[in-house]
Design a protein around this ligand. Structure first.
Ligand code: UD1
Length: 361
C-alpha cells in the first residue's frame, strides 16, 4: 500500500511527523506499507516550513508542488493542478490529509475526483463559523473523504450527524500531542529569552494571525494595546506570523514590554509556552498544546472547533472585543484560572493507531 502524506502549512508539520514515523516502523516490521511525502508549498519560508522538518526530524518531502500563494481560490487551484499532474504521472493507492488548511481541502478534492481513497486526520471538528476559511476546508474535506480519524468522540458525533457511517470513523487521539510529548524534553529557549521573567512575575506568549484580528490595523493596534495593559508590566513575547507582519509594517508600535520576533521554531516556541504564565492567541492548535501543558490560555475568537480545550482544558474564549482582554488576564494574575485536565487518548500514541487502522483496511 502506497500512501501519499500531504503537508502544506505550518500546523500540518507537527501532525504528520508521528504518522510518518509510525509508517516507517510498520514497514521495517515487514508490513506492506510505504509513503510519499508531498509538500504543497503553501508555506515556503524557512521559518514557516523548513525548520519544522529539521527539528521534528521529518524526512525531506519527496515532492514539492510549489503552489503559488495568493487568494484562497488561486492557492486552491494552484495546489489542485499540480497535485493532479503528480497523480497522473505517478499514481498512489491512498491519500492521507491532516488538519484544515487550504492544502488539505485541495488535495482531497483532487484525489477523490480521481477515485483515490482519502483519509482525513483531525476529521469532524467544527466551529460553526463559516466565515473562517478553515471551517469551509473542514466541511468540504469531510463531505468527500473516505476515512475519518478523530481527536475526540465529539468530532465523531459531528460526522455521524452529517451522515458518515460509524465504520468509517476511527477515534485515534491527537497526533499534534504525539509530537508535543515526544519533543518536550528537547524544548530550548530562544536567544532573546530573558530568564529573569520566569522567576519574577512570569511572562506572556501572544500569537495572532486570523484575518478577523490582524487585517484591520486599528483593531490590531487596540488588541496589542490591551494585551500590554493587561500584562501589568510583564514581558509579552509575540512571534509574528507573515500575514500579521505585513499589517504591522504599516503601523507604529513601541512598547518596551512587547517583544516582537519572527515566527519561532517548534522547540523554541513551545519552550516559551511551557514556561509562560499565560498564552493569548487566536490559533486553534495552540489551545490543544496549552491544554496538555496546563498553561492558562485566552483565545481571541468567538467560536472554537476544539471545545474540549475549554470544557476540559485551560482555554477560554473571550471574543475579539479588545476591552475584554485585560479583565480576563487579571483573573490569571489573581490565581482564579481553571487548572484543566487532559482529553481522552491525547496520550502520544495517535500516529501508531492511525497506521494500525491503515494496515487493517
Ligand atoms: C494558514 C492556514 C491556517 C493556519 C495558519 C498557520 C489556511 C486557510 N489557513 O493561514 O489554518 O492556522 O496557516 O500559519 O490554510 N506567507 C509567507 N511565508 C510563508 C507562508 C505564507 O510570507 O512561509 C504569507 C503568504 O504569502 C500570505 C500570508 O503569509 O500572504 C498568509 O499565508 P496563507 O498560507 O495564505 O495563510 P495563513 O494565514 O498562513
Amino acid at each position: 500500500m502506497k500512501i501519499d502524506v500531504i503537508a502544506g502549512a505550518r500546523p500540518n508539520f507537527m501532525k504528520i511527523a508521528p504518522i510518518i514515523e509510525a509508517i516507517i516502523e510498520a514497514k521495517n516490521a515487514g508490513n506492506d506499507i510505504e509513503y510519499r511525502l508531498v509538500h504543497t508549498g503553501q508555506h515556503y519560508d524557512h521559518n514557516m516550513s523548513t525548520q519544522f522538518f529539521e527539528q521534528l526530524q521529518i524526512p525531506m518531502p519527496d515532492v514539492n508542488l510549489s503552489a503559488t500563494s495568493g487568494s484562497q481560490a488561486e492557492q486552491t487551484a494552484s495546489i489542485m493542478m499540480a497535485y493532479e499532474q503528480l497523480l497522473i504521472q505517478e499514481p498512489t493507492d491512498f491519500v492521507l490529509v491532516v488538519g484544515d488548511v487550504t492544502s488539505t481541502m485541495a488535495c482531497t478534492l483532487t484525489a477523490t475526483k480521481m477515485n483515490i481513497p482519502v483519509g482525513h486526520v483531525e476529521a469532524g471538528i467544527r466551529s460553526g463559523d463559516r466565515t473562517m476559511p478553515e471551517e469551509i476546508n473542514r466541511i468540504v474535506t469531510d463531505a468527500i473523504a473516505d476515512y475519518f480519524f478523530t481527536t475526540t468522540k465529539e468530532a465523531g458525533q459531528n460526522l455521524t450527524n452529517e451522515g458518515v457511517k460509524s465504520e468509517k470513523i476511527f477515534f485515534v487521539g491527537n497526533t499534534m500531542i504525539d509530537t508535543l510529548l515526544k519533543q518536550q524534553a528537547r524544548f530550548f529557549a530562544p536567544v532573546f529569552f530573558n530568564g529573569s521573567d520566569q522567576k519574577s512575575n512570569g511572562f506572556i506568549v501572544l500569537t495572532l494571525h486570523r484575518p478577523a484580528n490582524v487585517d484591520n490595523p486599528i483593531l490590531l493596534k487596540e488588541l496589542l494595546t490591551q494585551v500590554v495593559k493587561g500584562a501589568e508590566g510583564r514581558r509579552v513575547y509575540f512571534p509574528v506570523h507573515p500575514r500579521t507582519q505585513k499589517v504591522l509594517n504599516q503601523m507604529e508600535i513601541d512598547w518596551e514590554n512587547l517583544i516582537l520576533c519572527p515566527p519561532l521554531s517548534y522547540l523554541e516556541f513551545n519552550f516559551l509556552v511551557q514556561n509562560s504564565a499565560l498564552v493569548v492567541t487566536d490559533s486553534g492548535g495552540i489551545t490543544e498544546e496549552t491544554t496538555v501543558m496546563r498553561i492558562p490560555c485566552i483565545t481571541l475568537r468567538d467560536t472554537t472547533e476544539r471545545p474540549e480545550t475549554c470544557t476540559i482544558g485551560t482555554n477560554e474564549l473571550i471574543g475579539t472585543n479588545p476591552i475584554l482582554i485585560a479583565p480576563a488576564m487579571k483573573r490569571v494574575w489573581l490565581g482564579q484560572w481553571k487548572k484543566g485536565g487532559i482529553p481522552e487518548l491525547w496520550d502520544g500514541k495517535a500516529g501508531k493507531r492511525i497506521v494500525d487502522c491503515l494496515l487493517s483496511m
